[in-house]
Write a protein that binds this ligand. Sequence first.
Ligand code: GDP
Length: 366
Amino acid sequence: GFKCGIVGLPNVGKSTLFNALTKTAAAQAANYPFCTIEPNTGEVAVPDARLGKIAEIAKSKEIIPTRISFVDIAGLVRGASKGEGLGNQFLANIREVDAIVHVLRCFEDDDITHVEGKIDPVADADTIETELMLADLESLERRTEQTRKRATGREKEALLILPMMEKALELLQNGKPARLLLDGIAAEDLRLLQSLNLLTSKPVLYVCNVDEAHAASGNEQTGAVAAMAAGQNAQTVIISAEIESQLAQLEAEEAVEFLSELGLEEAGLDRLIRAGYKLLDLITFFTAGPKESRAWTVKRGAKAPQAAGVIHTDFERGFIRAQTIAYDDFVAFSGEVGARDAGKARDEGKEYVVQDGDVMLFKFNT
Ligand code: GDP
């Protein structure tokens, strides 16, 4: 599955947030017997109002959302790239996630020590980013040196990757994350960049952890973080980890009431999960029937056989075609039969690029 790694300095609220996520996931798990939760990994359902609507129209017995994982990556301190704290372990853990959720302390509380001595989320973000850049710089300098030699020998692979290496190296040498290369990058280049497996080329979402009073409006610090993120090709979400941990303990109805008292429309975790989903560049397609309606995840740009393969490998191998109905048509024509009668059910083949919201039915050879 797809994973977001939760990082941040000590005492910024990572565990509080992660525990709220897993508590929510544990509550959901009752309905989803196949969900496993490891100690530092929580699999959570991706909230999507379209799924409920589809299930209603298809009169499904069961509703099964799609899921993504969050990994709690504790232990980053200043000096991690030189092995301080859990330095190397920490960096190895980040290498394995698809995107980074970076928690920043935007709440004041004199009882809770700030490791850097003051509340300054932009400086904190910089501290961590610097460690990640230093780690990337070190590994990339070494690799670029070797690749330059091989490129002189006209080695094909080296010639292919070297320009991307040089570009990333130049950014890092100027104190900038490799992530800046992601802006408008072509698919081919993206594959090259990802093959370098840099820490700073992973997409980043900043989570501003605020106290209750600022959950709805944000505060001065969240404003500063938003300004920083805008210049870095990164996203932000304002959340109060404390509120979320309280919410995670409430029944659905109580939770709605609690949220409205706070002037919030939905749980911060739901916003976080959706933002994480977007960050991973994932899209959702649906299957619908009387037994169940279900949401599935593919990477944006995936073709129909790959989507079939998410459901079952046999579906991909034997793929013939996919009856495809856009979500809006599925709703407008009251389901599969209506959409088909209205000529809105397309037969798509192997080259079809799946669109977010497609309701699909696969035909395949066994
Ligand atoms: P971590 O080290 O980043 O995992 O941080 P924790 O989640 O353990 O939080 C550190 C401390 O800050 C704990 O005592 C939390 O209860 C507290 N904390 C977390 N979020 C908030 C918040 O929004 N407001 C306040 N006042 N305290 C918080």
